[in-house]
Design a protein around this ligand. Structure first.
Ligand SMILES: NC(=O)c1ccc[n+]([C@@H]2O[C@H](COP(=O)([O-])OP(=O)(O)OC[C@H]3O[C@@H](n4cnc5c(N)ncnc54)[C@H](OP(=O)(O)O)[C@@H]3O)[C@@H](O)[C@H]2O)c1
Length: 245
């Protein structure tokens, strides 16, 4: 059934591929991201009856309020919310940098939670709303690239589970999609068979927007390896995973 879908982080990478895929399937998509030029080019590509956007920072309340108000004005009623906006920047170069840590926690944790908070009242009134966080296998354990990214993703995923616990009985759903490596600008490692193509991942996510599961792992193989590797101590895992990066 055609659905109205909000995607934060729609300007590039997985969010952009997902917008393309969902519009192709007949849904209407509303994107939020900061880079206006990229959102405008996506609108030109997908058509102004199928793709809408608000250019802004999800950490600015005005961006979310503006998106919500403009949606109401044109009768766009989001039922699915893809929480994809995030940042990855090493906070360990050359030494630990608290400012990058804070920025990462703000974007990757406070960002999705602020988005949920902005749309929660209308979802509770309508007794429907599916919030899907693009989480990461990085949330399972620390890695050598940075301190903040795994911590931010772990905290955001746990928060989604908390929302699920409290609001599921009121008709709302909260899903964590734990992604393995995907070849976008965020992925800085080597391209190997374990690194998925964003279009492939977008298709796989699009097939799960009606899923009632709390946790989804995509793609199967890399996330399966990550899950069984939880049997290993952090140090040994860091050495083995370094061979693929
Ligand atoms: N690539 C991977 O290997 C991988 C693996 C696991 C999970 N993930 C997750 O998948 C999601 C998408 O990542 P990606 O790989 O597609 O990276 P990406 O291409 O860098 O996309 C990140 C998106 O977030 C937006 N964004 C960042 N900060 C924002 C802010 N403050 N306000 C609004 N929008 C903001 C960016 O747009 P603007 O710069 O235009 O604002 C961009 O559209 C992320 O949540 C990431 O953690 C990725």
């Amino acid at each position: 059934m055609p659905t109205d879908i909000l995607i934060t982080g729609a300007s590039s990478g997985i969010g952009r591929s997902l917008a393309e895929e969902l519009v192709k399937q007949g849904h209407r998509v509303w994107g939020i991201a900061r880079r206006n030029d990229l959102l405008e080019s996506l609108k030109n590509q997908l058509g102004d009856k199928k793709f809408f956007y608000t250019a802004g920072n999800i950490l600015d309340r005005e961006t979310l309020i503006e998106a919500k108000n403009t949606m109401e004005q044109i009768g766009f009623k989001p039922a699915v919310f893809i929480l994809g906006a995030a940042t990855f920047e090493s906070d360990l170069e050359p030494n630990f940098q608290i400012e990058i840590f804070k920025k990462t926690i703000d974007t990757n944790l406070i960002g999705p939670i602020s988005t949920i908070e902005a749309f929660l009242p209308v979802c509770l009134t309508n007794k429907q709303g599916h919030f899907i966080l693009l989480s990461s296998i990085a949330s399972f354990r620390p890695n050598r690239k940075g301190i903040a990214y795994p911590a931010s993703k772990a905290a955001a995923s746990l928060a989604l589970r908390g929302f699920n616990l409290h609001y599921r009985s009121q008709g709302l759903l909260f899903t964590n999609i734990y992604l393995g490596p995907v070849a976008t600008s965020m992925w800085e490692g080597k391209k190997s068979f374990l690194v998925a193509n964003p279009k492939f991942i977008a298709k796989a996510i699009s097939r799960r927007i009606d899923s009632r599961r709390q946790s989804i792992y995509l793609p199967f193989f890399s996330t399966f390896l990550a899950r069984i590797s939880l049997l290993l101590p952090d140090k040994l895992y860091a050495i083995i995973s370094g061979l693929f990066k």
